[in-house]
Design a protein around this ligand. Sequence first.
Ligand code: IMP
Ligand code: MG
Length: 192
Amino acid sequence: MRVATLAPYVDVYAADIEKVLISSEEIQAKLAEMGTRITDDYAGCELLLVGVLKGAFVVMADLARYIGLPLEFDFMAVSSYGAATKTSGVVRILKDLDHDLEGQDVLLVEDIVDSGLTLKYLLKNLAARKPKSLEVAALLRKEGIQKVPLDLRYVGFDIPDEFVVGYGLDYAERYRNLPYVATLHPGVYGGG
Ligand code: IMP
Ligand code: MG
């Protein structure tokens, strides 16, 4: 009988990985801590978690299991116009929420805040729907490069301004299933 191992995918991508920035254990410990804070902060409330597809699906799945509250889930898909690697700040909603946000406690779950432009747009858009509260939980934030001031209630890790993959984050739609956050060898980008 074949027994599933915990991390077969690690081997599949091993040759492409340059450096593991945040291990699976560190991510889980941080999410557990974040989940406990959220549970305390929203005690007595029902919370709606809103995930931004696709990247946030992994964070959302794990974070939710550290939150001891009645939870509902919804997802949004957005795409930014402009060059492929940089966000322009102009965001198109590809899939909107199923929930009406009016009067709800809403926690927006993000994988990474880079320029912050996507998030700024989303917060403005969601705030207009009159939720009772609206806060953000982001696993990663790139240090010092946000183009707009953002008030992020829960942030997992501040990381240097490098392109990272894993734990929901992709390069060309790959690597999302890595259990850690890592950088890729430059050769993977076709650079050398
Ligand atoms: P922002 O609008 O510049 O903050 O970009 C946010 C989105 O860009 C994230 O939700 C990711 O989908 C993507 N992104 C930004 N930085 C990275 C990265 O280092 N790796 C993978 N995706 C990234
Ligand atoms: Mg992406």
